[in-house]
Design a protein around this ligand. Structure first.
Ligand code: KG4
Ligand code: ZN
Length: 337
């Protein structure tokens, strides 16, 4: 089954063609216009998607040598609703015009399954750490559509923390790749930033109880404040040392959660996905864990159309089809109907 996948949930306009052999074409257009505003401007993103979606999809079909796929998959959320709507509506139009099935894909589910596109691929059940700009969660993937949240952030997503730290330091947007590069030249032991582990501190445990949180959950707001204090201090250390020390704290916490989740569940395979999964230090530290680690190539960690086509294809093969009035959603837990 040849599937065209469309992704427009944030600031990448992407289209890909995936079949039983793998990825036949994968075209991504990253919107650079947001850099001047220091973050993604939703309305600007929607307009840029509307401009690029047709050439991007045509390029994917042409590169794959496909005139009419067997089905069309598109991200229906979670994401910026206006941005999602562009790709979703376009995909529905294509499916209706071609008279082929349509499937609405959960963007987080696509990230959490993206390691399955590679060889070797994890086998169910496996752990999957999704670390992106808007979401951070560690899932136990039991099978297609069956995901249990083992841990999640109670405040900032990891990518968001990278972006905020980069903004504090005046490094521009998106912050993740810049902090990653800068950190590689710094001393990670220069500054003792807090490891944001949920301590049995009263305020946090009350909040955790109210939200029914797991003790594997993480919080990044204290770390962000600690970085801010150092950045604004007199005798501010060099940027590379701040970046490396911040990054080490984040990676320590993520590795701690992965190891504890593996111990608790007895599941030894761990996959990662989402923009921060492109981070050099996180990849190196995860690869060194005594677990079976699956790291998709960097371009398949950040937003792409291949993961959407793949996740859609998995559901299509299981017999799922969606109606053409499937809504765009700002929030949508992976595995939820
Ligand atoms: O998955 P993604 O492309 O879009 C969302 O679904 O959010 O993730 C984007 C996030 C941004 O916050 C970006 O700063 C971060 O991923 N990111 C990185 C790296 N590359 C992208 N964070 C750390 N290190 C990187 N190399
Ligand atoms: Zn994403």
């Amino acid at each position: 089954m040849v599937v065209l996948g469309i992704e427009t949930s944030c600031d990448e306009t992407a289209a890909a063609v995936v079949d039983g052999q793998g990825v036949r074409a994968d075209v991504i257009h990253s919107q650079e216009i947001h850099a001047r505003y220091g973050g993604v401007v939703p309305e600007v993103a929607s307009r840029a998607h509307a401009e690029k979606i047709v050439p991007t999809a045509l390029a994917a079909l042409e590169r794959a040598g496909v005139e009419r796929p067997d089905a069309v998959a598109a991200t229906a959320g979670p994401g910026l609703v206006g941005a999602v709507l562009v790709g979703l509506s376009f995909a529905k139009g294509l499916a209706a015009g071609w008279g082929v099935p349509f499937i609405a894909v959960n963007h987080l589910e696509a990230h959490l399954l993206s390691a399955l596109l590679e060889d070797p691929a994890p086998r169910f059940p496996f752990l999957s750490l999704v670390v992106s700009g808007g979401h951070t969660a560690l899932y136990l993937a039991r099978g297609p559509g069956q995901y249990e949240v083992l841990a999640q952030t109670i405040d900032d997503a990891v990518g968001e923390a990278y972006d905020k730290v980069a903004r504090l330091m005046g490094l521009g947007y998106p912050g993740g790749p810049v902090v990653d590069r800068l950190a590689a030249t710094g001393n990670a032991a220069a500054l003792a930033f807090p490891r944001p582990i949920l301590k049995p501190d009263r305020a946090i445990s009350r909040r955790r109880e109210a939200l029914q949180r797991s003790d594997l959950d993480l919080t990044l707001s204290g770390l962000k404040t600690a970085v801010r204090t150092v950045v604004l201090s007199e005798g501010r250390p060099c940027d590379a040392d701040i970046a490396a020390s911040f990054q080490e704290a984040v990676v320590d916490v993520l590795c701690d959660r992965v190891l504890r989740a593996a111990e608790r569940t007895g599941v030894r395979q761990i996959a990662i996905g989402g923009g921060v999964a492109a981070n050099g230090r996180l990849r190196a530290r995860l690869a060194a864990l005594p677990l079976e680690v699956f790291l998709p190539p960097r371009a398949r960690c950040t937003d792409n159309g291949a993961m959407i086509a793949f996740a859609g294809r998995l559901h299509l093969l299981a017999g799922r089809r969606d109606a053409l009035d499937a809504p765009a959603r700002a929030a949508w837990a992976p595995g939820a109907p």
